[in-house]
Design a binder for this molecule. Structure first.
Ligand code: SF4
Length: 679
């Protein structure tokens, strides 16, 4: 039986997979992300590729249609809305599930040919605060380190990151490294006790959003104990004094930690040279997410602990191609290839390269704002690509109502029944994992191939092809005359060459002569490259910036709802929900509640609880556990309206966002909670 070398479609670790045509799945021993390892989700991929529930043919207003009818209608609706209301009356909402080639085409169509920047994605929920923090500190959206650093660190600090469930293979790598090197320490900073905490030598159970107070306290301690790298900051960093002064004015006890806990952590960090700080959604998904990121980066910049083996900050992305989407500008505030939307020279380079009739000149609407614009009638045509915002965005009932108000909604998806498809006028059937070809970039900047090993079912088409077909019908012919994904990848690499005179981190020259069919997992700008070891950053003066950040006033709500993922499910369970063994981990929606709170509310284990906010409510099974602190609740976000009738978690969450990144604050929602009483 032939075996195809491909990449797992779930998280940002980007594990290599060997897939047999009969659905046999194994970890790829030669892939540098996982060296043969897989987690429960990756190992069950073969159980998720049947055709049950698949959207196999286009549908227009609920009836089967042929491709020409559907595509003509979509193109005509886009063209008409643009002609009547202008380019900003239309929008794409895409996904970190898309391959880089899909993303590239969507971004090119919207920004270079429609002429607006209204393309945002569910990656806004994933790492937008890290992007904004990186750009403030480094001048570019650059992840400095590589996975091998995790095995070379003496201290790994995991902040707001349940790696054991959300990036399991990285967790396995760290666990193996810790076993091999007993002197290595792991600190877990999280309001919850999670599966990741089991690996930690120290668990700092901070207050929700207590991170800035904690890292400001660390920075002040490093300054007060002469642990800064004065030569590095003098030559390579601006803003040091202001950041330290602000940190000194901060009260570390606002982190919710005791004096002793703070002292132990500060001393450990200060005396350890090779420190990696890994962070993900607990940092990013906050109304102060960008400031949290910069509070972490400040400590690494102040001590020069960046760009060296085993030392640096490390943002791990949630989605399989959040990084690839960033590379090709698939967010409303970016241009392609790490070029700047608000820079006239950059726009000119891109427009000339695309030979496009226009180029957007201002940022488009970020995810939450985009659906607000749907609600207030500004968006006339919306295309949702490979994602399910009607259930995955905060205030999802409000988002559903907003989508229902849009005069024309088109979705492209692999599944027929989703909460968002139910609101669409046209459904376009897309090929899924195992059926399509392209590339993805993982959290360490490694580009790997996803390869087809199954035939495309029904009349499904890859997303890049669907987008190109619409672009051609809108009159943008030659610019979208792609025959295969390799053509798009080659254009993406060629654009990088055309912009090579502009100082950026992105450098794809290593792919210039790559054989796409045989492309092996490769990092940009080169394998095992760490950024910033030479002290050169990407602000115009070549220096980094430390940013003075202030700890927020913490919520006084009786209950704070934290949301996140389960070990065995991915997003809205479209694929993982097909596997009986993955569904056996948790069979129904639940909420974790502290035993003291449960007793006060009269909630016994397994009882139903009502969790409610001004946006909506959900009825969830109580999981009484001291993993959550008093006053805090945790609920996973996977169950859709189609899988539960008692309300989804995002019916309750608030559409609050970080002011710099626009990333929703899904980790700390003010809610009420009580024992459910049937009326
Ligand atoms: Fe897939 Fe992530 Fe699991 Fe690797 S760790 S197998 S990329 S879900």
């Amino acid at each position: 039986m032939s075996v195809t070398r491909t990449t797992c479609p779930y998280c940002g670790v980007g594990c290599g997979v060997l897939a047999g045509a009969d659905g046999t799945i194994k970890g790829d021993p030669d892939h540098p992300a996982n060296f043969g390892r897989l987690c429960s989700k990756g190992a069950a991929l073969g159980e998720t590729i049947d055709l049950e529930g698949r959207l196999l043919h286009p549908k227009v207003n609920g009836a089967d249609a042929d491709w020409d009818t559907a595509l003509d209608l979509v193109a005509q609706k886009f063209s008409a809305a643009i002609a009547e209301h202008g380019p900003e009356s239309v929008a794409f909402y895409a996904s970190g599930q898309l391959l880089t080639e899909d993303y590239y085409v969507a971004n090119k169509l919207m920004k270079g040919f429609i002429g607006a920047a209204n393309i945002d994605t569910n990656s806004r929920l994933c790492m937008a605060s890290s992007v904004a923090g990186h750009k403030r500190a480094f001048g570019t959206d650059t992840v400095p380190g590589i996975y091998a650093d995790l095995e070379q660190a003496e201290l790994i600090v995991l902040v707001g990151s349940n790696l054991a469930w959300c990036h399991p293979v990285l967790y396995q790598r760290i666990a193996a490294a810790k076993e091999a090197r007993p002197g290595m320490h792991v600190v877990n900073i999280d309001p919850r006790r999670t599966a990741t905490t089991d690996l930690a030598d120290m668990h700092l159970q901070i207050a929700p959003d207590g991170d800035i107070a904690l890292f400001n306290g660390l920075l002040a301690h490093l300054a007060d104990t002469n642990k800064l790298d004065a030569a590095f900051t003098k030559n390579h960093v601006n803003g040091t004094s202001a950041a330290i002064d602000t940190a000194r004015a901060s009260d570390p006890s606002q982190s919710g930690l005791t004096h002793q806990e703070l002292a132990n952590f500060f001393a450990l960090w200060a005396r350890t040279k090779r420190v990696i700080t890994i962070y993900s959604q607990g940092v990013n998904q906050a109304s102060c997410g960008t400031d949290k990121v910069n509070a972490i980066l400040n400590c690494h910049l102040a001590t020069g602990r960046i760009g060296h083996p085993g030392a640096g900050p490390f943002s791990v992305t949630g989605q399989p191609n959040a990084m690839g989407g960033r590379e090709v500008g698939g967010l409303a505030n970016m241009l392609a290839n790490h070029l700047e939307l608000d820079n006239a020279e950059h726009r000119q380079v891109v427009q000339e390269f695309w030979d496009s009739p226009t180029i957007c000149t201002k940022p488009g609407l970020k995810a939450v704002d985009l659906f607000e614009a749907c609600a207030n009638g500004k968006i006339k045509v919306l295309w949702v690509i490979s994602t399910n915002p009607a259930v995955s965005l905060p205030d999802s009932d409000g988002v559903s109502a907003a989508i229902a108000k849009v005069p024309f909604v088109v979705t492209s998806d692999i599944m027929e029944k989703t909460d968002t498809n139910d609101l669409a006028h046209v459904l376009l059937p897309a090929t899924g994992w195992g059926e399509k070809d392209g590339t993805v970039t993982n959290s360490e900047r490694r580009i790997s191939r996803q390869r087809a090993f199954l035939p495309a079912p029904g009349s499904t088409r890859p997303d890049w092809k669907i987008l190109s077909d619409v672009a051609v019908r809108m009159g943008f012919g030659d610019a979208f005359d792609y025959q295969k994904p390799a053509d798009i990848f080659a254009e993406y690499v060629a654009l990088d060459k055309a912009a090579s005179h502009i100082a950026r981190d992105l450098d794809l020259s290593i792919f210039a002569d790559a054989d796409y069919a045989r492309l092996i997992p490769t990092q940009w700008p080169g394998n095992d490259h760490r950024f910033f070891a030479n002290g050169r950053f990407f602000h115009p003066d070549g220096k980094a910036r430390m940013i003075a950040v202030t700890a927020p006033v913490l919520s006084k709500s009786r209950f704070t709802l934290n949301t996140g993922r389960n070990r065995d499910q991915w997003h809205t369970m479209t694929r993982t929900g097909k596997s009986a063994r993955l569904c056996a981990h948790f069979a129904e929606p639940y909420v974790e509640v502290n035993p003291t709170d449960a007793a006060e509310l009269g909630v016994t284990p397994g009882a139903l609880m009502t969790v409610e906010s001004i946006y909506g409510r959900a009825i969830l099974r109580a999981l009484v556990t001291s993993r959550v602190a008093q006053g805090q609740l945790f609920a996973p976000m996977h169950w859709t309206r189609q899988r539960t009738t008692t309300g989804t978690v995002n019916s309750v969450t608030a559409p609050r966002v970080d002011p710099f990144s626009g990333q929703p604050a899904l980790k700390s929602n003010a809610v009420t909670a009580q024992l459910y009483k049937a009326k």
